[in-house]
Design a binder for this molecule. Structure first.
Ligand SMILES: C[S@@+](CC[C@H](N)C(=O)[O-])C[C@H]1O[C@@H](n2cnc3c(N)ncnc32)[C@H](O)[C@@H]1O
Length: 107
């Protein structure tokens, strides 16, 4: 007998971001954990790291290693220590459920 396909929402992974807040729209707060996918050279990840401050964290992920290297250099120049960089596909980051509070988006 042919299996009925599962509804799409049943097959999707659980979200890694608990509540969508946006750095761009000013709703990310000091101390929050921010994810920036497709971060490029850090146009939104770096302002996000400034915004969340020393108690917050930012993960900047992009497929392009050259752009991630550039973003890392900019972060070092700005003396930001609360930001981590990943050369990775945003569709396969592998973080557990609710690892982040906010998304960074381009200003
Ligand atoms: C317009 S740029 C992003 C600019 C960046 N948000 C900023 O504020 O400077 C788009 C980026 O998406 C990245 N990208 C495209 N597909 C991706 C994927 N599946 N996972 C991670 N990064 C991806 C590209 O490498 C590129 O750096």
């Amino acid at each position: 007998m042919r299996q009925k396909p599962k509804p799409r929402w049943l097959t999707m992974p659980p979200p890694i971001i608990s509540t969508i807040r946006s750095v761009r729209f000013g709703t990310a707060l000091a101390g929050e954990r921010v994810l920036d996918v497709c971060s490029g050279s850090g146009g939104s990840a770096l302002p996000a790291a400034v915004r969340v401050g020393a108690d917050g964290t930012v993960v900047a992920a992009d497929l392009a290693g050259r752009l991630i290297d550039l973003a890392r250099t900019k972060a070092e120049d700005l003396r930001l220590t609360n930001i981590a960089f990943r050369v990775d596909d945003m569709l396969a980051l592998g973080y557990p459920y609710r690892s982040f509070d906010a998304l960074a988006t381009k200003d």
